[in-house]
Design a protein around this ligand. Structure first.
Ligand code: ADP
Ligand code: MG
Length: 331
């Protein structure tokens, strides 16, 4: 809502090719204004309605049709406003594997021609492009704005840097049998809160710098995925932008930092799915842990926001929630 610090948008994915070619499959999900309507039994016409802050259709004929640009304008522009005001913010893509999380967060490319993002570019490249648009069009010459980024994934409750440049190229000598560097650890800084030890942070001065890093990070995700079946559906990826705004104040410089986390979560089907044994079991359990904990944390925060009592928020029960809980309160 207008005054709420939490906004929920639902994007209904289009039918995939298999579904389109299956005569027994037909669409039962409709988007109307702020509602998603699901007709369970076409015969009796029983319809369930769910309302959210935003609902987006993928049907080009629907008045609620949303392109990547529509999603960005509705959900992400307000976050960028907040970031430039000095607030931290966090955006999660949640849903089953194949529901369009990565399409929404990253999209198919990061291209930009004459200042216009390519049609299929997702939230992350659009966000970064807009940050540099705002920095270059800033009319306050007393304020210097710098941007830094990091990009990592959490797989089996272990953190892997997707932009690491240290160590041997290709990472063979310092890596584990899967060709990966040893996982990074989370520590608690007394003032700044939890952070990833030795995570690489890269200063960026233009959108093209970012395009380069996204190619590196997305390449890392893809490379690590081969040999590990559907790994991307079981890992969380976290892309962070840190903005620092500095301005002179008498003899000193004042600076204000804000951090925005853009998170592509693991597939939500793993939460309820029980896996058989070994690695699959560990994957299942740890993804359960991060996703289930995220649900509990958001529920506890929503309850606390109600104001009656301060319930316990189990941030430290998973790597994802522990890390996203900044002292300044992203979660
Ligand atoms: P997830 O990351 O949730 O597993 P993906 O983003 O990989 O799912 O989406 C699965 C497939 O569906 C991809 O080929 C993607 O391009 C396509 N897709 C998902 N959402 C949309 C959409 N809104 N419009 C067009 N294609 C989409
Ligand atoms: Mg994905």
């Amino acid at each position: 809502g207008e005054e709420s610090s939490l906004t929920v948008g639902v994007r209904v994915r289009p039918l995939n090719h298999r579904e389109e070619n299956d005569s027994l499959v037909f669409n039962v999900v409709y988007v109307a204004a702020n509602e998603v309507q699901v007709t369970c039994d076409a015969g009796t016409g029983t319809t369930h309605r769910f309302s959210y802050d935003h609902c987006f259709s993928s049907d080009p004929l629907s008045p609620s049709y949303a392109s990547q640009a529509t999603i960005f304008n509705a959900l992400v522009q307000p976050l960028i406003d907040k970031a430039f005001q000095g607030y931290n913010a966090c955006l999660f893509a949640y849903g089953q594997t194949g529901s369009g999380k990565s399409y929404s967060m990253m999209g198919h490319d990061t291209d930009c021609v004459n200042g216009t993002m390519s049609y299929d570019a997702g939230i992350i490249p659009r966000f970064c492009h807009e940050v540099f648009e705002r920095i270059s069009s800033s009319d306050n010459s007393r304020v210097t704005i710098t941007a830094e980024i990091s990009y990592f994934e959490i797989y089996n409750e272990k953190i892997h840097d997707l932009l690491a440049t240290t160590g041997t190229s290709g990472g063979t000598s310092a890596s584990d049998p899967n060709g990966r560097r040893p996982p990074l650890k989370v520590r608690e800084h007394p003032q700044d809160g939890p952070y990833v030890v030795d995570l690489s942070v890269h200063g960026v001065e233009s959108f093209s710098d970012i395009q380069g890093w996204l190619a590196v990070g997305n390449g890392q995700r893809a490379t690590a995925a081969t040999g590990m079946n559907e790994k991307s559906s079981r890992s969380h990826s976290i892309f962070s932008v840190i903005l620092t705004q500095t301005h002179p104040h008498g003899d000193v410089e004042l600076s204000r930092r804000s951090k925005i986390n853009l998170v592509d979560l693991a597939g939500s089907e793993r939460v309820s799915q029980t896996c058989a044994s070994g690695d699959r079991l560990r994957e299942g359990v740890s993804i359960n842990r991060s996703l289930l904990t995220l649900g509990k944390v958001i529920a506890a925060l929503a309850e606390n926001a109600g104001g009656r009592r301060r319930g316990f928020v189990p941030y430290r029960d998973s790597v994802l929630t522990w890390l996203l809980r900044m002292v300044s309160g992203i979660l």
